[in-house]
Design a protein around this ligand. Structure first.
Ligand code: KG4
Ligand code: ZN
Length: 321
């Protein structure tokens, strides 16, 4: 029985997962509204809020799973990448819990968590598979042959896909986070109404900052344009870039299974587009796509734990090198 804690950004998360990947509890205290008025996550506010919430969220995860600290075998925790102050709250808390019961601790790479989210029960994906992770902070394609590791095949060179959605939404006068609002507006528009630059075919890296700039110009050039048409065309360009690269990677790597994770996996057009690729696709429920601790426990299952007291001087890392 693994307890995991995740505090890399603006969600305070704790979960209990069995060695077999069964989720016993998955508690997420979202700070979204707290940061909304600033139009983005404020790191210092996030850290303080994690500090206020982490004990209650952890107690809640244990209670919902109907387990006590004594029933745990391992504690997992996100070590990075993320906001350093936010990570430190989760890491310190996990260390203290593990040390209090002399339990082993597994430090987890947050991105590894996203990559293996689809390996959790009830319908775990089997390697080898291709995984697209597209969130507000990250966008990359990875190859997974063994769930203990992953190989990055391509990644964004500038903005993340979720960031492109959020910035686009802001330019169209929608709220933060803008992804869901843009998705909704796009359904009422014509995706062929405006042309957006398409990135070079055959690439596995992504670039979204040019797209955002061209939306800015379209909005300026056509102040009376239908916002729904702009949203639909812009979304088509982002989803097109994601799906083109998925197709290239599946082909090049000879992979026949696809997992999608990260908050952008909630996008309706992306979901529909990956279903048309002709390979079996795993898109976990949204609470396993966005930041959560069940995926961190999920990754911890495959990793070597550090015995007590070896982890006591372990440090969080904003970037994992
Ligand atoms: O994984 P996540 O919750 O947070 C991290 O960034 O770690 O992802 C949030 C991102 C935001 O950028 C949000 O706008 C985007 O996912 N998002 C969406 C949709 N729902 C959330 N983007 C497009 N369409 C959606 N329906
Ligand atoms: Zn994430």
């Amino acid at each position: 029985m693994i307890l995991a804690i995740e505090t890399s950004c603006d969600d305070t998360c704790a979960a209990v997962v069995t060695e077999g990947g069964e989720i016993r509890s998955n508690v997420i205290a979202s700070q979204g509204l707290l940061h909304a008025r600033y139009g983005g996550v404020v790191p210092e506010i996030a850290s303080r809020r994690h500090l206020e919430l982490v004990d209650a969220v952890t107690a809640d995860a244990l209670e919902r799973a109907r387990v006590r600290l004594d029933d745990l075998t391992t504690v997992g925790v996100t070590r990075g990448p993320g906001l350093i102050g936010a990570l430190l709250v989760g890491l310190s808390s996990a260390k203290a819990l593990a040390a209090s019961r002399r339990l082993p601790l597994v430090p987890v790479d947050h991105l590894h968590g996203h990559v293996v989210a689809s390996t959790l029960a009830p319908e775990p994906i089997e390697p080898p598979y291709l995984c697209l992770v597209a969130s507000g902070g990250h966008t990359f394609l990875a190859r997974v042959d063994d769930p203990a590791a992953y190989t990055v095949l391509g990644q964004t060179l500038d903005d993340a896909a979720g960031e492109a959605f959020d910035k686009g939404a802001r330019l169209l006068g929608l709220g933060y986070p803008g992804g869901p609002a843009l998705d909704g507006l796009a359904r009422k528009g014509n995706p062929e109404a405006f042309d957006f630059p398409r990135s070079a075919p055959g690439e596995l890296d992504f670039s979204f900052s040019g797209l955002k700039t061209s939306l800015l110009y379209r909005v300026r050039e056509h102040p009376d344009a239908d916002r729904a048409d702009l949203a639909a065309s812009y979304q088509r360009a982002i989803v097109g870039a994601l799906v083109d690269r998925i197709r290239t990677a599946l082909d090049r790597e000879g992979l026949e299974r696809l997992a999608v994770g990260g908050g952008v996996a909630a996008n309706s057009e992306l979901r529909a587009a990956v279903e048309r690729l002709g390979v079996p696709v795993w898109v976990p429920p949204v609470e396993l796509c966005t930041d959560n601790a069940a995926m961190i426990a999920g990754a911890a299952r495959f990793l070597e734990p550090l015995p007590y007291p070896e982890y006591l001087d372990l440090d969080a890392a904003a970037r994992l090198g």
